[in-house]
Ligand binder design. Structure first.
Ligand SMILES: Cc1cc2nc3c(=O)[nH]c(=O)nc-3n(C[C@H](O)[C@H](O)[C@H](O)COP(=O)(O)OP(=O)(O)OC[C@H]3O[C@@H](n4cnc5c(N)ncnc54)[C@H](O)[C@@H]3O)c2cc1C
Length: 278
């Protein structure tokens, strides 16, 4: 894949909605403020969101790429900046620098099955792929989504997952680490869902996002099932500040995650995925 030239722009945006997804995760929609415009994006790209007086942080765009003029993000509150972000109220403003990064290579998946494997908040940057595939259904064969979360109450987009599961040529499988007494679904790590898949390896492109340990196991298992490394892509996450390859904060081996990623092929990432603390 060749790096995407960043044509980003900085704009003031107003929060229109804040929807609670789980106890710690919220989906925010932004519209342009003061007559400015928000740049369009490709699935997998991210924005730098500046919460005034707090911090600027990278967040993937989780909405529909064809949603006009708006940007949507799903944010898990894990610290000061994310807590400030999810506490914004409709009407408040943020500064948005966007879009950044290399998107998911949807061209490589044309005419093939699309396999999405996500863990936790990792479904957020993949939801825009799902929207894209569903809008361009004739360009892809089957859509398969394997999604794992810690518990049933940590599953994102539950209503949407149920709606998508009813669509033709679409398979949605979920699993949780701990089910509790009322959960009737699958329990176990996301790779336990592989046994429910009919994988046509040569005809499948896989997009993966989640904790690195999960991506390590998923990529290995897909490769062992005959999926060529060049047809497996993953989204990497590193702390970053500038988002344009200057500050070096997000260096990962020979790459800067902000501009060479966040989406990488398994071919590119394999030597670095197996090294700890990089
Ligand atoms: C390209 C990209 C896209 C992202 N997309 C999303 C998204 O869609 N939704 C979302 O909720 N989050 C996303 N993140 C992560 C988000 O940017 C961080 O959670 C946020 O910057 C943490 O800031 P904080 O001040 O809230 O927490 P901090 O106080 O900075 O950190 C809280 C905890 O999280 C850890 N942490 C912080 N940032 C990272 C990181 N980048 N990688 C690994 N561990 C980290 C810290 O070590 C600490 O343990 C993305 C990150 C990147 C690089």
């Amino acid at each position: 894949m060749s790096p995407t030239a960043a044509k980003w722009r900085s704009a003031l945006a107003r929060v229109t909605t804040v929807d609670k997804e789980t106890h710690d995760t919220f989906t925010l929609s932004l519209e342009p403020a003061d007559g400015q415009t928000l740049e369009t994006f490709a699935p997998g790209q991210f924005s730098m969101l500046y919460v005034f007086g707090v911090s600027e942080l990278p967040i993937s765009i989780s909405g529909d790429p064809q949603e006009d003029g708006r940007l949507t993000y799903t944010v898990r509150s894990v610290g000061r900046a994310t807590q400030a972000l999810v506490s914004r109220q409709p009407g408040q403003t943020l500064r948005v620098r966007s879009p950044f990064g290399r998107p998911w290579p949807l061209e490589a998946a044309r005419g093939k099955d699309v396999l999405i494997v996500a863990g936790g908040i990792g479904l957020a940057p993949l939801r825009s792929v799902i929207y894209h595939v569903l809008r361009h259904r004739e360009d892809y064969v089957r859509l398969m989504v394997l999604y794992g979360a810690r518990s049933p109450t940590d599953l994102l987009y539950r209503k949407q997952l149920a709606q998508w599961a009813r669509l033709p040529d679409t398979q949605i499988l979920t699993t949780v680490d701990y089910g509790g007494t009322s959960w009737r679904g699958q329990v176990g790590v996301v790779t336990t869902l592989f046994r429910h898949l009919r994988l046509h390896s040569a005809q499948t492109v896989a997009f993966i996002c989640g904790p690195e340990i999960m991506m390590r196991y998923v990529t290995r298992q897909l490769a062992a099932r005959g999926l060529p490394e060049s047809q497996i892509y993953l989204s990497m996450e590193r702390n970053m500040k500038c988002a344009v390859g200057f500050c070096g904060r997000c260096q990962l081996g020979p790459y800067f995650v902000c501009k060479d990623g966040p989406i990488f092929s398994y071919e590119e990432m394999r030597p670095w995925l197996d090294r700890h603390e990089l």
